[in-house]
Design a protein around this ligand. Structure first.
Ligand code: F6R
Length: 615
């Protein structure tokens, strides 16, 4: 997604802007740009380049532009293809105003027509550019004022974080936020503006997270903050206590491989962190009162992509362990659906980054019903933590590869653990059951790693080169194995670009069976429950009877499935409901090796970003 970074202060800032943008690389991008006010001429000077940040850096190395008031941006295309013209900053007709934006201006077409009719000439296909012309239009008639900003921002529909510089007001930067993340780092006589405090955390720890629907006029000596209706707001800064850690791949070829191998430790760290929470501290952190905990009637889980699949698996945890009726919704669809909360409903939004716009929007809908919301995230400084009444943290460590691996298993860990805590609070299980559950998580983590170790060489030397030649795949599972199949299919699509579709195994005969032939391998995730296993075996028989090719993830001793499959991976037994943790590492490794054979850019697959901050 786009990243916004700005600086206003007493230093030449090009280098620190570039450094800030590099730290935001995880957001993914296709072009980048830099602009500043030239201290001698007070004119805006700029540079833009298509491609990754290095292209912009190389271009800037040939130029001497720098200044005390500057903007940097990386773009993830929404409106208009990736080109230097569409890269930010964007300008008004005279290039007296420069601005950068993250988000989408939904009414840009209407504004563009209005501004064109008034004589403005556009230079890009982006939705962003209209805002520069809107400022130009208004500043042609009157001075910069609170009312002027308030009027302009109130006209913009959609989601946005803006930083704007103007030749006419060399000591001012305008910033604004609606829905998209934006924060201001407060230093001594200098301010840093960013989509994520990570970009400036080594310069200052005092951060103003811009309230939703607010704008600010920044100068080196301070911040004047206003709501969109022009009311002055007080400045409440937070003091952050994390540091930027340069991530490196250690001995691994890709971050994804490193992160696959970190899963066992990530599960353990998450568990240790959770175990350290006393009952009082846990419910307090979740924003719940003890009596509320006992009476939770319904849980709504929200998430997108892999986090949604974690929710789909966790539904079984909350229903089977804590006996709480659980609904799981993909967050990007939630706002179009009816929602029927019961009197004591809990909503848990699952998001590794804590910044996913679809998840945050769904959460806001839930909150409009007065429902208690909790964010389950890996990033303690993220937007979700500020917008929910309670938080629970996974301890996956920084996940760099776009395709989620260790975040997923730590989400499962936290949700499995929480289901047991709720069950204990309701008197359904004893402390000894809780302790056994914790032990079982560690055993499943061990199984995850063991499965990779045992199959590693076979996958690298034989299976990955062979299976990378297929063009499409079907994934099957039942019960908890179905969301696992969905997650596995997503991983395959993301990093190999091979098409894959997951089905509940019982649905095969209702249509997809028509696809079966020797050209479309069927990956089956087995289950430990006998009744489910036997039904799965019947589904595999149906595939084999039609010349299908089967890859099975079977548990030890499941002889019938093992002998039916063309390729089989044997998984050690784990506690019921922890099958996905035991199997997913091996699946990720298999898919990773296929992507390697296909020479894909594994850590940054085309078109994808790590943090999806637009709807
Ligand atoms: C897939 C993947 C995505 C994310 C999704 C939600 O490997 O990483 O599907 O899971 O974009 O992201 P978060 O969890 O940050 O809300």
């Amino acid at each position: 997604m786009c990243s916004v970074f700005g600086y206003i202060g007493k230093q030449y800032s090009r280098q620190l802007v570039m450094e800030g943008l590099s730290r935001l690389e995880y957001r993914g991008y296709d072009s980048a740009g830099f602009a500043c006010l030239d201290p001698q001429s007070n004119h805006i000077v700029y540079s833009k380049a298509s491609g990754d940040l290095q292209h912009l850096k190389d271009k800037l190395n040939q130029q001497s532009i720098d200044g005390y008031v500057s903007l940097g941006h990386t773009r993830w295309a929404t409106h208009g293809g990736f080109s230097a013209d569409n890269a930010h900053p964007h300008f008004d007709c005279e290039k007296n105003i420069a601005l950068i934006h993250n988000g989408i201006i939904e009414n840009h077409q209407e504004l563009r027509e209005e501004l064109r009719a008034a004589g403005h000439v556009f230079h890009s296909e982006t939705d962003t550019e209209v805002v520069a012309h809107l400022f130009e239009q208004e500043l042609g008639r009157r001075d910069l004022s609170i009312e002027l900003c308030s009027e302009i921002f109130s006209r913009l529909q959609g989601a946005y974080a803006f930083a704007i510089i103007l030749e006419q007001y060399t000591n001012t930067m305008i910033v604004a936020r609606k829905r998209s993340p934006l924060c201001v780092g407060v230093g001594k006589d200098e301010l840093f503006v960013s989509s994520d405090p990570l970009a400036f955390i080594d310069k200052t720890r005092d951060v103003l997270f811009m309230p939703d629907e607010s704008f600010a006029l920044l100068s080196p000596s301070g911040i004047a903050l206003y709501s969109f209706n022009g009311q002055s707001l007080s400045i409440a800064t937070s003091s952050l206590d994390f540091s930027f850690e340069q991530q490196d791949k250690q001995q691994h070829e890709h971050f994804m491989l490193k992160e696959i191998y970190e899963q066992k430790a990530a599960i353990k760290n998450t568990l240790t962190h959770l175990q350290a929470l006393s009952a009082d501290l846990l419910w307090k952190q979740l924003g719940l009162k003890n009596e509320q905990v006992k009476d939770v009637e319904k849980i709504t889980l929200l998430g997108c992509g892999t986090s949604w699949f974690a929710g789909r698996i966790a539904q079984f945890f909350f229903e089977e362990i804590a006996h709480i009726s659980t609904q799981v919704s993909v967050a990007s669809e939630f706002r179009y659906m009816s929602f029927f909360p019961r009197s004591n409903t809990l909503c848990i939004a699952i998001t590794q980054s804590g910044e996913t716009a679809d998840t945050l929007e769904a959460l806001r809908v839930v909150q409009s019903y007065g429902v208690h919301t909790i964010g389950l995230t890996n990033v303690a400084s993220s937007t979700i933590v500020r917008e929910t009444q309670g938080s629970l943290f996974t301890q996956a460590g920084c996940e760099v590869a776009v395709a989620s691996t260790k975040a997923f298993v730590t989400q499962l860990t936290a949700l499995y653990w929480l289901a047991h805590r709720l069950a204990m609070e309701k008197g359904l299980i004893e402390l000894s059951d809780m302790q056994a559950a914790e032990q079982n998580l560690l055993i499943a983590a061990e199984a995850l790693e063991e499965c990779i170790e045992q199959n590693k060489l076979r996958i690298m030397q034989e299976l990955a080169p062979y299976y990378a030649t297929y063009k499409q795949y079907i994934f099957l599972g039942r019960h908890i194995g179905y969301p696992l199949a969905m997650e596995a299919a997503l991983k395959l699509k993301e990093i190999t670009y091979i098409f894959a579709q997951a089905y509940p195994a019982g649905e095969l005969k209702h249509g997809p069976l028509a696809l079966i032939d020797a050209q479309i391998p069927v990956v089956v995730f087995s289950h430990q429950a006998h009744i489910i296993y036997h039904k799965l075996v019947a589904n595999v028989q149906e595939v084999k009877a039609r010349d299908g090719h089967v890859i099975a993830f079977a548990f030890e001793g499941q002889q019938e499935l093992i002998s039916l499959a063309d390729t089989v991976f044997i998984i050690p037994h784990v506690a019921p409901l922890l099958e996905p943790i035991a199997m997913i590492g091996l699946m990720q490794f298999f898919v990773y090796q296929m992507a390697l054979v296909l020479d894909r850019p594994i850590d940054k697959p085309r078109n994808l970003a790590k943090s999806v901050t637009v709807e």
